[in-house]
Design a protein around this ligand. Structure first.
Ligand code: AN7
Length: 383
């Protein structure tokens, strides 16, 4: 549909936008909430970036309909589930997947079952899953335990698993890489992501490979996911691919330890994951792109979250801030060279986790409702 006053087609979500690159039947109606088309914002207030002449952009995925990147994968997974005649979806989640699954299931008129680790998901995410009418099952165990359970249940019961082991999730999420290339007009040199279950770094690599590949090119591990989509275009969209940098919280860093962990712990509950499902694929993305994994402490994560919020006006959740924390450290160390163009994905909105935000901020000042009292405080605090 075209807007009569501007002539610009109304944006109706990423399935309509990228349908020719998604594995859906031609006539299928998209289950969509208008996801995707998120802003790519350049950071402008950080002296280190000026010193090193690094252009750092954040892809603000918190501006998706349920306030995280999960909506990109969920629109495709739920559309496909409807196409297949499924009536219910199930997932394990550290919070954002459950919020997104609940919303898209509501949109599709399906039932959503979500398993979450008791007491370990941020308040906003819990509110979303409950409000959208999902059946919320809290388990006395972590995400990894929930994941093992839902995989078994989906094998036996007529419910569609919508965790990122569902290949349609990754197909939807790859569109973030397409958007970045279109917004920058080129590929970035580095792409920095938080890594939990490792689906998103895998999906981005699929997207970057698809846009930089043409029939007859050398085969890479990403070809296993591309499904021949490269052949849709006679020419490549871009010539290169970025180096993929994956960052994990120190207490939940299986990629740094080189093995799965049983007791992951971090304040960034979204990435409190010890047994990533896309383990092999994420290693491939890292190796093939000549990128790396690194780890950051909870304190470093919170410093970056605050820096973005106070310095740039961008509020993301703790797990998201790790991408900027990691990028800044690697720029400082020179691992990311001066003059580079870097994109960091801010995977979820800061409003998801109000508790962590309030705990690390200055408490509001309470005064009498009188001019003198308010004036005094203002004068004391003028910058
Ligand atoms: C804000 O919701 O796994 O490496 O169950 O919510 O693709 O897992 C969330 C993951 C990063 C990690 N940032 O992405 C879930 C879940 C945020 C997230 C990640 C998540 P993956």
């Amino acid at each position: 549909m075209t807007n009569p006053s501007s002539g610009v087609p109304r944006y109706t979500g990423l399935i309509d936008r990228y349908r020719d690159r998604l594995p859906l039947q031609p006539g299928t109606r998209a289950v969509s909430l208008g996801e995707g088309d998120t802003p790519l914002i350049q950071l402008t207030d950080i002296p280190l970036l000026r010193d090193r002449e690094v252009l750092l952009y954040v892809k603000y995925e918190g501006l998706n309909p349920t306030a995280s990147f999960k909506d990109r994968g969920m629109t495709v997974a739920v559309t496909k589930a409807v196409e297949d005649g499924s009536r219910a979806v199930i997932c394990a989640s550290t919070g954002n997947t459950s919020a997104s699954a609940a919303a898209y299931a509501a949109r599709a008129g399906m039932t959503a079952f979500v398993l979450i680790p008791e007491g370990k998901i941020a308040l906003g995410k819990l509110a979303q899953a409950m409000m959208h009418g999902a059946l919320v099952i809290q388990i006395k165990g972590n995400f990894d335990a929930g994941m093992a359970l839902v995989k078994k249940i989906a094998d036996e019961a007529p419910v569609t698993l919508v965790n990122s082991v569902n290949p349609y999730r990754l197909q939807g999420q790859k569109t973030a890489a397409f958007e970045i290339i279109e917004q920058l007009g080129d590929v970035p040199d580095y792409h920095c992501l938080p890594v939990g279950n490792a689906g998103n770094i895998t999906a981005h690599w699929i997207g970057y490979c698809e846009y930089s590949c043409a029939p007859g090119d050398e085969t890479t591990d990403a070809c296993a996911y591309c499904q021949g989509n490269c052949a849709l275009l006679a020419d490549k969209v871009v010539a290169d691919r970025p180096k993929m940098l994956g960052y994990q919280a120190t207490g939940a860093a299986p990629f740094l330890r080189g093995e799965m962990l049983d007791h992951p712990e971090t304040i960034a509950t979204a990435i409190r994951i010890g047994r990533p499902q896309s383990w092999d694929q994420a290693w491939s993305a890292s190796r093939e792109s000549q990128g790396w994994f690194d780890e950051l402490t909870d304190d470093e994560i919170l410093v970056a979250q605050k820096l973005l919020a106070e310095g740039e006006g961008i509020f993301c959740e703790p797990a998201s801030a790790i991408s900027v924390a990691g990028a800044m450290r690697d720029i400082e160390r020179g691992k990311i060279e001066p003059g580079s163009r870097v994109v960091c994905t801010l995977t979820g909105h800061g409003l998801k986790d109000p508790d962590t935000a309030i705990q690390q901020s200055t408490a509001p000042i309470t005064v009498e409702a009188e001019m003198d009292a308010v004036n005094e405080v203002i004068l004391q605090n003028m910058k």
